[in-house]
Ligand binder design. Sequence first.
Ligand SMILES: [Zn+2]
Length: 438
Amino acid sequence: MPLELIVISLMRTDKWINVLMLNTPDEDFGRLQSRRIDVSSDGIRWIERDYEQFTPLGKFFEINTNPEAGITVDKETSNATALKLSLVRINDAALDQQTVDVGIKELQLLLSGTCTLHCTNCYNELVAARCFSSIRPMPIQTMEPLKYFCPKNRVPTAVDEGELYYALNYIVISPQILGKRLVQCGGRIHCGRCLHLVGESLGEKVAVQLYVDTLWVGSAGQDGMPEGRLEKFFGPLTVSQLMLHLLQDAVPISDESTRLFLKTVRPDGQLHYMLLLVDTKPLHLLRSKLSLIEDLNLGDYDADISLISHSDSSSESITANSSDSDSDDSGPSVKRRRRPHRSGDSKPVHEIKVRGYRGCRINYHMFSTDEELAANTKLIEQWRKEGTPMVRISYGMMMDLLRELNVNELLVETLERIAPDEKTGRVSYIIYEPDEDT
Ligand SMILES: [Zn+2]
């Protein structure tokens, strides 16, 4: 059956690529036997009995086809083939040119008119009806609010009563406008009725930071302000944008990695921690569209399939054939042989286009029950002792991030051929997709 999807990942500093090819499992034994994957210096061919699908990669890099150094195939199932190919050269300019650039976008808070702020848990009023005259993003997004508003050895910057600053999951307002139904304990601010933690003080009479995910916006005036969780008044945020914003708070621990310690509280009060160790080396991904089979138009080759006759005698051929008489049962069921010169042996060739994406590779731990949290206190304590600040995000954000990591984890496991016993934590990617694709 035809190739359905091809994904290639590379770290720009490394001289090799991971390739994953997915296809529909094939029941036809004859057809399966005739299938070959052909790696040449300028691309990868998926060869079936009657046609070929060629992914040209020559403009991005030159693949090393030396059988000693070049190709490793160590994972193959009926619907997935993973290869590791070493490279002779990378053309950085061409790679950058074909890559979607996703920049960080400023957050938006669409709050206007007169409103009240309440605890989401018990609707206790925390801030009485008022109209904020100035609603702005935090002046320096990468700086902790305490350090910005209450810097050491400098005069604090007090927030005016009409001002509201916001960031990913907090707002900063003047302590003067807080209602009486709050309890302050140390620097922490709790709802005075249900005692839920809703924020922290950034200096007496200077500023308070309240967590967005603990706040409910009430409509106080006749100006049509809708009610709802404060989260709803932020513009939509894709997982790519969420990750780009979170990375601003990450703490580097070496030249190669940076840490993020995320915390959230589920609406029923359950604490979740997510510990992310992010590779700072830029990850690059080349990906074909999904369902290449739609383009193949089998049986109607004239439609959009170009005929390319190739006679590259230096290419390496890999046959996937487990029943081969001389195959070694202990090794992977893939054989390699020199392919004879085959000029004149032309089949319809469908060319596969790939698009470039940037992303990051992440090793992560997710602790979402009391048992998991208790079993991993050592690791959690270690991260905190080593100075990784906890970043509180909303439950919705945490779930979006986790969903994306879970989906990509399956892909990465096959793509990078990760053996289960090699793993400490889970390994996944976040791929930066432009908004229009999500
Ligand atoms: Zn409350």
